[in-house]
Every structure is written in structure tokens, then in C-alpha cells.
Design a protein around this ligand. Sequence first.
Ligand SMILES: NC(=O)c1ccc[n+]([C@@H]2O[C@H](COP(=O)([O-])OP(=O)(O)OC[C@H]3O[C@@H](n4cnc5c(N)ncnc54)[C@H](OP(=O)(O)O)[C@@H]3O)[C@@H](O)[C@H]2O)c1
Length: 292
Amino acid sequence: MSQRAVVTAGTGGIGLETAIGLAAAGYAVTVVGRNAERGTHAVQRISAMGAEARFVAADLASLDAVRALAAQLSAEGPLHVLINNVGAMFADRQQTTDQIEATFAVNHLSPYLLTELLLEPLRAGSPSRIVNVTSGSVRVAKRTFDAVEPPGGYYGFHWYGRAKLANLAYTLDLAERLRGTGISVFAADPGGAATTMTNGTMRSPKIVSPALRLLWPLVRRTFERATSGPASAAARPSLLAATDPSLNNQTGLVIGPNAHPTPPFRPSLDPQTIQAVLKLSQQLAPLTQALQ
Ligand SMILES: NC(=O)c1ccc[n+]([C@@H]2O[C@H](COP(=O)([O-])OP(=O)(O)OC[C@H]3O[C@@H](n4cnc5c(N)ncnc54)[C@H](OP(=O)(O)O)[C@@H]3O)[C@@H](O)[C@H]2O)c1
């Protein structure tokens, strides 16, 4: 029987290309997304390769939906690869149904909760791998994590970078926590690609701070250049992290846009940042829920 892989936000963009690559490597792939039509299309593309694929619907902005997804996937037995590819940037501030700021919920809390709830099937499938998709935007983040929202105004790109930084700190700490268990943990930075996310949000000056807005024509050109490539190339870091035999028995690496290990952004290793991120994550996305 084929090994099982799950790709969140696997019905479009970088996630779909990652799912196609995993299918080509012989995995039975589950793609997760909200839109059933895109899910069907993704499954058709993968099945046409002669590979096993299916779509599971879940809105990963909802913590209840993450819990339901984890329960379904756990009940199906050992899992070999989990790719937390979901990510989103919003031009305007949004709340989720859990009343949590959406950037932090989608980019960090959702992958955090799904990962923690899937550790048992990943243990059962070991040697197994977790890949969390990160971003170069971690460099523009405010590094305070005592609350969901940083002080100051809402700027989508910077808040996105901060949520990705929280997730990177969590990822590298998780790698240490799971060292020796047979579950390897990697972060993968896709670099940039022209996708729904980048085409939808990175054209608005609203997403950057007032200081960067003054330089908007230059910033916009930089964004355009950085996100002009195909999603298939941006999927390479995730695919390497998930499948490459050179990473057997390794953990805690960041795979850069050139699909090679790269030194982690230093603030993601800061013990205070890690502790604050873990505390906030445990508060907002408890692994067990009290009965109503
Ligand atoms: N593109 C870049 O330049 C770039 C650069 C650095 C990092 N990244 C990271 O790479 C990852 C993939 O990015 P991308 O550019 O491919 O994004 P994208 O184009 O927005 O991804 C589209 C996919 O995301 C799914 N999706 C979006 N919101 C969802 C939600 N709430 N619940 C479930 N599925 C959801 C969509 O499914 P439905 O339509 O069915 O909901 C679709 O499968 C993200 O983590 C992103 O932060 C991207």
C-alpha cells in the first residue's frame, strides 16, 4: 500500500504543485481546501498521473474544522507526510469565526493545531515528516508575541510575516521536541510565485507600513519580481523536505527557495519568542476542549 501524504491548501497554487510532486513520488495524496470544485479539479489532475488522490473539504481558518479534519485523518491510520502549506495574507484586518485575527489563525494557529493533533498517526507512520511552509516575510515582523495582534496599525504583509515567524519558531522547537521519535520536522521557504495569494494582495500599498508606502513603486516592483515565478518551482523546497533521502534521520532544517538547507532566521530560535508563541498557541488553540 502507498504511503499517505496530506497537503493543506493543496487544491491550488504551491500546494497543488506540491501534491502533484508527492503523487509522482508514489504517495497517496489527500489535498485539503475549501472549494469542492477546485478540489475535484486537483484530484482529476493527480489521478490522471495514475496516482491515488482525494479531496477533503475544510476551512482551515476555523479551529473546529481543523479539529474535525485531524479526527478524520487520525482515524485512517498511519500518516507519513504532513505538509502544512496553508497560508494567507489579507489586505484588510479580518476575524475568524473563533473571533481570532485571521492572519495569525490561518498561518500559525491552524497548522500548529493540526500538527499537534496528528502526532499519533505520524508516530505510527514513522519515519515520517512534517513540513511547515514559511516565508521570507518573517524578516519584516514585529517580534512580540504576548498577544495575537502586535501593537500599532494593521499592515497585512507585516502581520503575515509575524504569523509566519511564530510558526517558524514553533516548527524549529517542535523538531527538538520530536528528535529521536522518527518524526522529522522541516520548514520550507518557497521563495515567491504568482498565485492567488500574491496576485490578490501584493498589489495593494495597504499591506505595508506607512514608511514602506512612501517607497511603494519600488516596493511593488520588488514584490512583482519576487513573485513572478511558477508555483511548480516554488513547490521544490517542500518536496525536497518531504521526500529527499538525503534528509533521512535529519530534523530541524529550513529548506530555502533554492531547495537547499539554509540557516534559520535567528529570531526564530530565540527562547523568549518560542516560549511566548507556545503559550499563546496553547491558550488560543487548546489540544483538548472542555465539553460545552
Ligand atoms: N506565493 C508566494 O509567493 C509565497 C511566498 C512565500 C510563502 N508562501 C506560502 O506558500 C503557501 C502557499 O501559498 P500560495 O501562494 O500557493 O497560496 P494560494 O494561492 O492562496 O493557495 C491557494 C490554496 O489555498 C487554499 N486555501 C486558502 N485559504 C484556505 C483556508 N482557509 N482553508 C483551506 N484552504 C485554503 C485554497 O483552497 P480553496 O480555494 O479551496 O479554499 C487553495 O488550495 C502559503 O503558506 C504561503 O504563505 C507563498
